[in-house]
Design a protein around this ligand. Structure first.
Ligand code: HEC
Length: 246
């Protein structure tokens, strides 16, 4: 019986891994949904570098300002570029037909990408753009071969080429092998700084995919504390009642 229960628990735990399928992304990222500073930076990068092509159809500016603890006036002044009202959803400035014409397909809405692809996938995607003269935009991507998105962060990261693997570089034996890159041109940031930017953007997209998550977790903790309190009270009450029976 014990074995059967253990087996069921293990299957339950492994289900999300099995369901996710596909190869594991080479760079992993764990969202920090309570790190407001990172989320605020991510929001700023997203509005500056991504919202020209991608929207977040399920998120309103107002909600974002409140959740990330940003003054609404600051958001209105600095992050709303298309004249939207704070109560409106974060639409992209790019009409879908134009996007399809320019890139072969309209840039997708990114509201749910952190859920469908996973944060590590997005993070790895942002870290693996490389120069590929055979492609129409001159770039390719390890996570999405043939991607029709330009390397929009090139000024920060610079340009790199995919280099053949040297034998030692297998991610130190942990996790999937990392692709090997050769820098062609430096950007304004070094590798660690660029990864931090990619991390902040990924963090923000993880938040955008589930804006209520932190609230829900807080509520969960309160409910559990309440149940524990109730349990103790019930136990004390039981002792009180049964004291005289024995
Ligand atoms: C110039 C337009 C443009 C900009 C700016 C842009 N993208 Fe994209 N993006 C695209 C296009 C087009 C695709 C579709 C690529 C494909 O499927 O080949 C895409 C795809 C993606 C995907 C993959 C979605 C999926 O599930 O397949 C992610 C993630 C993404 N972009 C993130 C970003 C982020 C983050 C930024 C800002 C740093 C950004 N993009 C800026 C055009 C753009």
């Amino acid at each position: 019986m014990k074995r059967l229960i253990t087996l069921i628990c293990l299957l339950g735990l492994s289900a999300p891994v099995l369901a996710a399928g596909g190869a594991e992304p080479p760079y992993s990222f764990k969202p920090q949904l309570r790190n407001d500073a990172s989320l605020q930076r991510g929001a700023k990068y997203f509005m500056n570098y991504c919202s020209g092509c991608h929207g977040l159809e399920f998120l309103r500016y107002q909600r974002m300002a409140k959740d990330l603890d940003m003054p609404l006036e600051l958001v209105e002044e600095n992050l709303i570029f298309d004249g939207s009202k704070p109560g409106q959803h974060i639409h992209t400035a790019m009409p879908a037909e134009e996007g399809a014409k320019w890139f072969g397909q309209a840039p997708p809405d990114l509201s749910l990408t952190a859920r469908s692809r996973g944060p590590s996938w997005i993070y790895s995607y942002l870290l693996t753009f490389y120069v590929d003269p055979a492609k129409p935009l001159g770039v390719n991507n390890v996570m999405l071969p043939g991607a029709s998105m330009p390397h929009v962060l090139w000024q920060l990261e610079g340009w790199k080429a995919l280099a053949p693997h040297d034998d030692e570089d297998h991610g130190g034996g942990h996790g999937p092998a990392k692709p090997n890159f050769k820098t062609l041109e430096e950007g304004s940031l070094n590798t660690a700084e660029y990864r931090k930017v990619a991390g902040d953007i990924t963090n923000f997209l993880a938040y955008a995919a589930e804006p209520g998550k932190v609230d829900r977790q807080n509520l969960g903790v309160k409910v559990i504390a309440y149940l524990i309190g109730l349990f103790i009270l019930a136990y004390l009450l039981k002792r009180e009642y049964w004291k005289d029976v024995h």
